[in-house]
Each structure stands twice: as structure tokens, then as C-alpha cells.
Design a protein around this ligand. Sequence first.
Ligand SMILES: Cc1ncc(COP(=O)(O)O)c(C=O)c1O
Length: 475
Amino acid sequence: MTNVLNTSHASRRGILRLIGAGTFTAATGGLGLIGSSPASAASATTASTARGAAAVPLAGDPTFWQQVERQFVLDKNVLFMNVGTVGSPPRSVLQTLEDTNLRVAVAAESGYSSFDDVRALAASGLGCDVDEMAITHNTSDGMAKILAGLELAEGDEILTTNHEHSGGNSPMQQLRDRKGVVLRRVALPVGNAQRAEDYVELFRQAITSRTKVMLFSAPTYKTGTMLPIRMLVELAQEHGLVTVVDGAHVPGMMNYSMHELGVDFFAGSAAKWQCGPGGTGVLYVRNKVDARYNPNPLPAFWPTITSSYPDAGLPPRTTNATASYDMGRYLTSVGNGSIALQAGVKQVMTMWDTIGRQRIEDHVLGLSAHLKELIAERWGVERLYSPKDDPRLVCALTSFNPFANAADVTTQAKSVEFVSRMRSEHSIVIRNVDFPVIGASSSHWAVRVSTHLFHQHDDVERVVDAMWKLSRAMA
Ligand SMILES: Cc1ncc(COP(=O)(O)O)c(C=O)c1O
């Protein structure tokens, strides 16, 4: 026991030094007031970047997470719990942006680059190689690039769900209207009653002889259901289907390895849970054949949005474990890029790797598990739209019906009022989400709470108390 504690404290000090605690102690909101030395970013960049590098048992250490919280400039008078919409960059990232913007302007540096160092770091954090990783503008940008680059013809089917985000729906609908691609949607059940196998079965039943692609969000932004990626990928592989995952919420929340998931394409945000600068995202494209996770041939794919496509064309895609070219480079090199945004992504990826992606996942899932238990205790488990008991389906987004009169959840105005009064009367920011529910004649307007690394155990209790009081006041 003593040993564990000693290790834990020593490591904690080391980690805090690396992520900049101590350097950024002044709790200022103004960018110009952030005290920093460029060396803090430099030293952080030399830290270990291996996925899951941090095996030290710190996840339950509240002091550690309070120190982490202090790295963020979030308004102290507000409890911000809508990370699912947008994160907030830590001080070190803000400082990097400021320093880099100034340096670029002074030297009029050009950003014609494929940003290999940033891609390499992002790749190592997300369990893949640099040739499979592109830096994009956001998830929507990644999804559009994936769907624009696939070879699909009239009558080909994309099997997707009825809970997708417009970032995936928009490019799919264009394929429908432009090429005659057919969109088939699995109606997703909601709540705690399902197991991972149930979702897989629903997809299995919906596959037809025309299905070419399986596209789904994991987690869905509506109910925070983490569709079981690996199990669905195995199903897709059996049928020779291409897998596209809208993983907007995964980077920075979950410690997933793209290789181990075996997906073909995965688009994520770097500005939500990853807390990078606004306008940044990551895109994984399977670019070689690793028989352990996905023995199927690489799908035909064109990096349509690029400014570096070679005059001689690209060589054929590889059929083995050696990439025939760096796909991520083509997808990242699009004219003059932002050196500052790329530096910000690098900084924040380093911070996450230094804290430990597994440690962050454990913390944020621990908070959401606590939140779900409290909701189940006060309102009843049937009020949850998010899964609770199957660990394969959970994430750090929690959606539920808070209303004293359960039927109010179908009234948009009630839901809007709830979110707005949480802000004005309790200084807590959450959001609402609407979605179809099987068997219901109109959409449900749930509320959604995000728990992240800058939250503490008592923040969860605070939001539950506030939601309980407000639900009674609105009865
Ligand atoms: C599942 C999902 N996909 C895509 C998006 C779009 O994200 P971005 O702003 O990164 O394009 C969101 C945003 O909330 C989302 O929840």
C-alpha cells in the first residue's frame, strides 16, 4: 500500500509538471494574462506519448483531478457540462496558439505542409500509424471526406442508424441525391435494457445483398450509446462491408486503438473531448492490411480534398501490412494550413498522453457512472436514454428524461426551458437532444450531461441536485 501511494504521489508530481501545473497557476480568463514559458510546451512534447503509457493508479485521486481542472480557463461561476458540443482548450494550448500565431505573422511563415509531426503524435494517441492519420477541420469535415472518397454507385446501400448527426447525414444524403445511393436505417432502441449483442443483431438483420457500407456513430450524440464498434466491425467484415464510424466524441474521452477496432474509416473531433483548438479534427483511414484485426482488402478510396495529388496518380492500395503511400498526408495537405492550430493540436495531444488516456477514460466514465446511478435512484432507471449496466455500451454522455411529469419530454418548449433555467437559475450548462423513440408517436426531447476531466465528483452531485429541484419547480 505504502509503495503504491509513494509511486502515485511521485508520478502525480511528474505528470503535473509535464502538463504545466505550477506554471499556469494564475486563474486568469484573459489570454494575454496567462503566465507561461514556451519551455513548458517544449518539455511537455518530450514526454511519453505511448497510448495508455500511464499505468499509475491515480484515477481516484481527487487532488490530482483538481489540479487538472486548474489547467482550464472555464468560467469559475459556471459549471460547464456540455463538452459533447464543444470542449475548452487548456491554458497551455491557448498559450501555444498565441505564441505560434505571433511567430507565424512576424516571419510570414507558410503553412503548406502535411504536418507529419502532429499526425504522428495524434496517431500514437489513437493507436494507429502516421500514414493512416489526417488532421481535419472537425468531425463533419472528416465524414464528408470519407463519403466523398468512397466508390459507391446507384443502388448501393449504406446501412446506418436513425440517430446520426447532420455531420454524417449531410454527405450521405448527397450521395443519395447525387448518385442514387440508398440509405437504410436501423431504428435504435434507447435506455438501459439493451446489451451490445442486441445492437449487433439489429444491424445483422438489416444487411441486404446491396449493402456496401455500415456507417454509425459511436457514441450516438443523442443518447450517449456507445455502439459496440469492434463487434459491429466483425459483423461488417463477415459480409465484406466497409465500416465508417462517426467517432466525434471518442478522441479525448476513450482510450481506443484504431488498429484494434479494425475499422476502415473513423472521423473524430479534436475540439470536443480532446479540448484542442476550435476547427480541428482527426481522421483515421485504414491504409494497410493487418490480418489480426481486419484481413479484408482495403476499400477503394480517393482523397478527394487535397492539393498534393500526384500527376502520375497514386499507386494501387497495398494488399499487405506495408502501406503503399501515406494516405494521411494527402488528406492533410490542403493548401495553406494553420500552423497555430496544428501546434495547438500537438500540445493538447501531448497533454492527454502525459496524463494518460486510460486514466482520463476511467475518470470520465467513473463520473458518468455516478451520475447515472444518482439519476436511477431519484428518477428511476427507466428515465435514462443512455445505457448504464453493459460496460460495452457506456460513455461519458448521459441523456435522460428529467421531468416530474414524464410526458413533458415530448414537448420541445419544456426541454428548452429546462436547459435555459439550469443556466440562469443554477449556473450549469447542459443541452437538450431530440430523437425518435421506437413506439413513440413524437420525438423525445431529453437533456444531456457531459462529464469530463475538469469535473469532480461533487460537480455530479451538484448537477443532479439542481436538475431535481428544477424538475420539481417545473412540475
Ligand atoms: C456524433 C456527432 N457527429 C458529428 C458531430 C459534428 O462535430 P464537429 O463539430 O466536430 O464536426 C457531432 C457534434 O456534436 C456529433 O455529436
